[in-house]
Every structure is written in C-alpha cells, then in structure tokens.
Design a protein around this ligand. Structure first.
Ligand code: AMP
Ligand code: GLY
Length: 425
C-alpha cells in the first residue's frame, strides 16, 4: 500500500514504525516528518494544513490512504477536502473534530448522548468563574475552550492561581469550570468508520511534568499498556473496554452521525475511573501521544487494514483487533524548560547506544537533521524522543527503558522516573 502520514511527532513516527513492521513493502510518505521519521519514510515537501495540496499529492502518487496524525489539519478541514475527492482518509472532518477542538462542543455532545462526564459550566466572565468555583468547591478545574496543546487545563487547590489561569483564557473567549474528579486515568482509543467502532488496548498517560504527578500539565511524559489494575475493578480489561464502548464511544458516534457529522477516524476517550464509575474528562479526535507509542507495538492485527477499513466504511467486517500479552512502556525525554519554555537546537548523543538495549526502540518526537553532515541530531521542540521498551513484565521493561534513556545525552533534558512504577512491583 501507498500511505501518506501527516504530522511530525512521536505519534506519527510510531504509526509509521507499525506500518513498516507489518509489511516492509508499504510505501510510506510523511509530511512534514522529523529526523527519525526520515529514516523510515519518504519525506515530502507539503503543507499539511493545505488540503488541496495534500489531495493533489495523493492523486499524483496514487496514495491508497492518508492518515492524519495531529489535530491541527483535522481542525483545518484537511480530511473534508480529501474525502470530497474520494481519497481514503483516516481522520474526522472539521465538524466532527470539534469534539477535540471545542470542549464546550464535546460537553454538548456528551449531554445529548447521556455520556457520563463531570459537571461543568461555561463561564464568560470572572464573576461567572468565581460563582462556579463556589458551587463546585476546591480543587478547581479550569479549561480553555479551544486547542491549547495540553496546556489549557489547570487543576489546583489555589483559588487565585485558578482564577489567573481563567482570566488568561477569558481574554480569548469563554472557559469551562469543571467539578474535580478523582481516580486513575485511562486513555482508550476507538477506530471509527462513522457508525461502527473497534477498541484498541487501554493505556495510561502521565500528564504532569514531574515525578509523583507534580509540576504543570504537559502533552504527556510517558505511558504504559496494558493496565492490569482494571481487572481488579472490572473483572477483566475486556469488561472495561465493553463498558466504555457501550456507554461512551457508541453513544457519541451515534450522536455525531445523527447530527450529520459522522466521525471517521480515531476517537480518543480520556477517562477517569472515579469511585462512582467511569467519567469522560476529554475527547481527542486523533491518536494520543505518547499512548500510541505503547498501544501500537502490542497490536497484532495489521494497522493499515484497520485504518483503511475505518476510512472506507468497512469496519463492521473487521473482527476485534488483537493485542499481544507483552507489556509496553514509554518514557519521554523532554528539553530543558519544557513545557513552559523549551530550549531547542541542542545536540542529542547516544541514540545508537540507547537503541541497542534489548527490547528497546526509539521513537522521535522533535528531532532535526544535524547542522553538518555526519553530525548529531538536534532537539527541535519540547518533547524530543520516546524510549519504548516491550517485554513480558513491567519490572523488566522499565529497567530496560531507563537503562536506555540513561545512555542518551541532551544538555538540560529531563524525564520522569516513575513511569509504570505502580504496576512494576
Ligand atoms: P484535559 O486536557 O481535559 O485532558 O485535561 C488535562 C488533565 O487535567 C487530565 O488528564 C487530568 O489529569 C486533569 N483533569 C482534567 N479534568 C479534570 C477534572 N474534572 N478533575 C480532575 N482532573 C482533571
Ligand atoms: N497524551 C494526551 C494526548 O494525546 O492528548
């Protein structure tokens, strides 16, 4: 198959690695990609936000499937342009992508579909924010309405800090104030063709920058899959997945379809397992990053077949995707100053040494070509690399992941030391 993957992060690199390992004959193109992706796909000069340019390239090169990685091209309507021209595309159109692009829209859809989620109010002024704080009590949860690269949300017991965050985003529109929910978080991905869904394996993301869930929210500092502790509470991981399929994914997919905006692509359900049951905290309209880096290495069903079935409306013909019993963990190496003000342009050393650890592979998030031929790769963003380790148990996979990340040097870089610690005892 000829497949074009749009995006430049670790999620897109993980998707490309999966496609390549499933069938070395696939011809994979990527735009804009990164230095790691360039080793596994043909980079094409293409503005991924320009649907017409993407469609022209796909037509010229006879691309069988376009996979849209990040939210920006989805929100820009790139999938609509491709679909209008009959090009199979995995990724929702602009209207359905509002599920991620607007938290207020997501809440409305959840209300209409009776999906369990925290209580929330839309506040357009400081007075309304204060009233909501009084109503819900502390800790306070404030969310920017639009896309904010994982930084639009604050959860804090400090009322003045919460208010300052709200004021910052009120300048650009309304915010959501939400009731605080407590419990472990689960990310569960569903492939959707607009009316059928197929669940992938649950994963857990580590959103805070520092060990012990300290520091600011980030795009995600690490992840692991599967989640053995779901078995204690739900009897089995399958039982959990079935409950989320029935109470969250299918109602949302049906609601979007009924509104004339079918969701074709990846529905990411961000969930909290509270003492009162499963609650949705957010939806995304794309694969999660870094969760994809631990979900896809465990997937045994060919990814290209699943994505193409979803893109072409044939998911019904697909049996449930199969996963290996192996575990996977990923630790993110971030630049100094991430998430507030990442330092970029620094050299990365030790990649070959890290990748030589047994059962470890590297997924590139923000790496660039060296300044001079034969030189070292350069960090070009906040989250730079993902070290992924797979194995038969978490203690062993963790040991190898941390051994590998210890071999990489990038001045000022930081990573969390407690990824999957809870399940490795
Ligand atoms: P979001 O961008 O909505 O996923 O929020 C980012 C992170 O903030 C989530 O992964 C949670 O850790 C936390 N969070 C969001 N909403 C809530 C809530 N209602 N209660 C507690 N924590 C939350
Ligand atoms: N890991 C969180 C996200 O992809 O939004």
């Amino acid at each position: 198959m000829k497949i074009l993957v749009l995006g430049s992060g670790a999620r897109e690199h993980a998707i490309i690695l999966s496609l390549r390992s499933e069938d070395a004959e696939h011809e994979v193109f990527a735009a804009p990609g990164n230095a790691g992706i360039a080793q596994d796909a043909t980079i094409v000069e293409l503005d991924m936000l320009d649907g017409t340019a993407v469609a022209s390239f796909a037509n010229e090169r006879g691309v069988d499937l376009v996979v849209i990685g990040p939210e920006a091209p989805l929100v820009a309507g790139v999938a609509d342009v491709l679909r209008d021209r009959g090009i199979p595309v995995f990724g929702p159109g602009k209207a359905a992508a509002r599920l991620e692009g607007s938290k207020a829209f997501a809440k409305r859809i959840m209300d209409a579909a009776s999906v369990p989620t925290g209580r929330a109010v839309r506040a357009a002024s400081v007075a309304e924010v204060e009233a909501a704080f009084d109503d819900f009590g502390a800790p306070h949860v404030v969310k920017a309405d639009g896309l904010a690269a994982g930084k639009g949300v604050i959860v804090t017991t400090d009322r003045s800090e919460a208010l300052a965050h709200a004021e910052h985003y009120l300048a650009a529109g309304a915010v959501l104030v939400e009731e605080f929910l407590t419990g472990p978080e689960v990310s569960l991905f569903f492939l959707s063709d607009g009316d059928t869904v197929r669940a992938l394996a649950p994963a857990q993301d580590f959103k805070r920058a520092l060990d012990g869930d300290g520091g600011p929210n980030t795009g995600g500092m690490g992840a692991y899959s599967p989640l053995p502790w779901l078995t204690e509470q739900f009897g089995s991981i399958d039982a959990f997945v079935t409950e989320v399929t029935d109470t969250v994914a299918m109602p949302v997919i049906r609601q979007l379809d009924a509104e004339g905006t079918p969701f074709i692509g990846l529905l990411y359900a961000g969930l909290i397992v509270t003492p009162a049951g499963i609650r949705v905290i957010e939806f995304n309209a794309r694969f999660g990053d870094p969760e994809t880096q631990v979900v896809l290495p465990r997937l045994k069903t060919p990814l290209s077949r699943l994505l193409l079935s979803a893109a072409s409306g044939h998911l019904e013909d697909e049996p449930a995707p199969e996963f290996s019993d192996d575990v996977a963990i990923t630790v993110v190496l971030a630049s100094e100053g991430y998430p507030e003000a990442p330092q970029t342009g620094r050299m990365i050393e030790g990649l070959a040494e890290a990748a030589s650890v047994d059962g470890v592979h590297l997924v590139h998030a923000a790496t660039g070509a060296p300044d001079a031929p034969g030189g070292s790769l350069i960090a070009t963003g906040g989250r730079v690399l993902n070290v992924v380790a797979t194995g038969s148990d978490f203690a062993d996979a963790r040991k190898r992941a941390y051994e590998a990340i210890g071999r990489i040097s990038l001045e000022g870089a930081h990573f969390r030391h407690d990824i999957a610690a809870r399940v490795a005892q």
